[in-house]
Design a protein around this ligand. Structure first.
Ligand code: SF4
Length: 372
């Protein structure tokens, strides 16, 4: 790795960061506890998610599931409802798998070392380091996107941080700094580094003037902080057209299905449908998908609503249509879903939906449904 730092006074940077954190640390709910379960939960919720978004979810979650045991015993629907809207739903499923592992193998107590924490579902090197250092004081490093950005600037790293080899090298750099961190302060140092990246050393227009380590930052001294980190261009994000049916029965109930647990958004409810294939109209694609997913025959009627949504690696346009079950249609059966239910529109909010389907729920609750 090409490190072009002019300043190797690492202990200074570490001390300055810890002092800054002592004075300026944001007052966050998971910083007011030494309960390792709550610290673990906060670290999982904070992955890819803004602090302000996480706070209300965190508070509701620990109220609903105050212990690892309560989380382990929660029903899937209850768990997904508590996570609804936070995104990256595999985090919630993995949390529960790990909670059950902890109940079974660790007597209900979170293991204390980064190495053991990594054996749990959903805990990678970053999260293991964060929990081990913050909750248990282990001298374990953390490297997330914020830390990569800070290191790239402080040490003027010229390599492409999208390359795995560069990430590995930054991890090695982070490991090599840990012996200089005062005993018992690794948690504060790690949090300081991440908070500096989030609040001061921001992706665009970092606030270098008020940065506590600006005297030791090579990129700042060279005036090239906006050119670090070096990142190669991302491949264009693919886009898919997806259709779904708003299907109502004669009891004024709507048909919803639960996504298979091993798929994207697994365990969440949705309006049934799927991806349109090349050469199909939206109506044809929807009729085929409903046949494949539930074995039903429908008459696809009026267009209902269109929703745009971006996932991590692709974007979709979801086209919802009002549909009517044909009289000769077989009753629904789950071929490509975990469960289905007929639910009155007023009760849809009891179920956990992904963001795109929640827009359909909101629309259904706002305007009268036009029966075919
Ligand atoms: S001086 Fe600027 S670029 Fe350097 S670490 Fe501080 S905020 Fe980031």
């Amino acid at each position: 790795m090409t490190i072009l730092s002019e300043d190797s006074s690492l202990p200074n940077i570490i001390v300055l960061l810890i002092e800054w954190f002592e004075q300026k640390a944001a007052d966050l709910p998971w910083r007011q506890t030494d309960n390792p379960y709550y610290i673990w939960l906060s670290e999982i919720m904070l992955q890819q998610t803004q602090v302000t978004t996480v706070i209300p979810y965190y508070e509701r979650f620990i109220q609903r599931f105050p212990t690892i045991k309560a989380l382990a015993e929660a029903s899937q629907d209850d768990l997904m409802k508590m996570w609804e809207g936070l995104g990256y739903y595999s985090r919630a499923r993995n949390l529960q798998v790990a909670a059950r592992q902890i109940m079974k193998d660790y007597g209900g107590k979170l293991p204390t070392s980064a190495a053991e924490l990594r054996m749990l579902k959903g805990i990678g090197p970053y999260t293991a380091g964060a929990i081990a250092s913050i909750a248990f004081g282990e001298s374990a490093p953390v490297v997330d996107g914020n830390v990569i950005r800070v290191f790239s600037r402080v040490y003027n790293i010229e390599d492409d941080v999208r390359q795995q080899v560069t990430k590995n090298n930054i991890w090695e750099l982070a490991v090599s700094l840990m012996p200089d961190v005062p005993a018992g302060r690794a948690g504060d140092y790690n949090q300081a580094l991440m908070e500096l990246g989030r609040e001061i050393c921001r992706p665009r227009n970092p606030l270098c003037i008020i940065c506590p380590i600006n005297q030791h930052c090579t990129a700042f001294k060279m005036g090239i902080q906006n050119e670090r980190p070096v990142k190669s261009k991302k491949a264009p994000t693919p886009h898919y057209d997806v259709t779904c049916g708003v299907i109502r029965n004669n009891r004024d109930e709507l048909l919803i299905t639960k996504r298979p647990v091993d798929k994207l958004l697994g365990g969440l409810w949705e309006f049934p449908g799927g991806k349109v294939e090349n050469g199909e109209s939206f109506e044809e694609g929807l009729a085929r998908e409903l046949q494949e997913e539930l074995g039903i025959e429908v008459d696809v009627g009026d267009f209902f609503i269109q929703v745009q949504h971006a996932y991590t690696h692709f974007k979709i346009t979801l086209h919802a249509y009002e549909c009517r079950l044909l009289p000769e249609s077989p009753m629904p059966q789950c071929h490509d879903c975990d469960e289905f239910q007929w639910v009155h529109v007023d009760n849809l909010t009891d179920f956990a939906f992904g963001k795109a389907d929640r827009k359909i729920v909101e629309e259904l609750q706002q305007r009268p449904y036009k029966l075919l």
